[in-house]
Design a binder for this molecule. Structure first.
Ligand code: NAD
Length: 261
């Protein structure tokens, strides 16, 4: 119960990594403000939590929505101790010679500006709270050119760098800032924007999960709970001297397979 009496704000909370993190932090005593554009998913999550998880609609592409989220969390509970900037989706898929400005901007707004403004609007409610911790979801795509489309990878690279700069800026307020770089995690992100009926989507998710199970040296795909556990560590006092860095949680994806010689 490391987070008893603490408040956590989690974005992208209705599914995948965000949902697993809400459940993990709540299971360790936190009150969790769970934010998403998926109202049905967010309310369903909150409904199963005995009041420990409170859903708040928030589109992280909207600056007023983000400010309203942080103000709501502080009004409800008195302040914010843990912020997990996590909402996301696949960005514009085109290579740099075919991308258009609107797709580029959309990707940056969703994946990078959202994190900057999340931090911006949470900090007034985090300052002076012992152990305050911000965790941002980057990606293996931030560390490698081969993992994702260009705009997504650039945005995630920005999240990584922003995490370090924010850590430097906010150390004077006693707030730690770190990023997590997930590898191939079995969530709905790969099919979220596909126009498929529920049955076909479930089938596609199953096929992607099989790919994930075979993608890295560790003989299973990543689970949302793998990332949730890392968030809990970074949010806890066990990580009290860790700031301005990232943790790669990829089952060895980036080291590649080990061949026997
Ligand atoms: P997911 O699709 O399961 O969950 C993403 C959640 O974000 C959804 O609930 C969705 O409704 C929400 N969301 C999307 N746009 C939003 C917006 N504008 N405002 C608020 N909420 C919004 O996907 P996931 O895999 O859990 O992704 C979470 C984060 O992890 C993302 O930032 C993603 O880029 C990152 N990531 C995922 C993987 C992976 O393999 N799954 C790998 C690296 C990084």
């Amino acid at each position: 119960m490391r987070f008893t009496g603490k408040t956590a704000v989690v974005t992208g909370a209705a599914s995948g990594i965000g949902k697993a993190t809400c459940l993990r932090l709540a299971s360790e005593g936190a009150t969790v403000i769970a934010a998403d554009i998926d109202d049905a998913g967010g309310q369903e999550l909150a409904g199963t939590s005995n009041g420990k998880i409170i859903f708040k609609h928030c589109d992280v592409c909207s600056d007023p929505d983000i400010k309203a989220l942080m103000d709501f969390a502080a009004e409800k509970t008195g302040g914010i101790d843990i912020l997990f900037n996590n909402a996301g989706a696949g960005g514009a898929p085109e290579p740099i010679d075919r991308i258009d400005a609107a797709g580029w901007d959309r990707t940056m707004d969703l994946l990078l500006r959202s994190v900057a403004m999340g931090i911006r609007h949470a900090v007034p409610h985090m300052t002076g709270r012992p152990g305050a911790s911000i965790i941002n979801t980057a990606s293996v795509a931030a560390l490698s050119t081969g993992m994702s489309p260009t705009a997504y990878a650039v945005a995630k690279g920005g999240v990584l760098h922003l995490s370090k700069l924010a850590a430097a800026d906010l150390a004077r307020h006693g707030i730690r800032v770190n990023a997590i770089c997930p590898g191939f995690i079995k969530t709905n992100i790969f099919t979220a924007s596909m126009d498929l009926d529920a049955e076909k989507k479930a089938m596609a998710n199953g096929m992607i999960a099989q790919l994930a199970d075979a993608a890295q040296p560790v003989a299973r795909g990543g689970r949302p709970e793998d990332i949730a556990g890392t968030v809990a560590f970074l949010a806890s006092d066990d990580a009290g001297f860790i700031t301005g860095t990232h943790i790669l949680v990829d089952g060895g994806l980036t080291i590649g397979p080990r061949h026997s010689w």
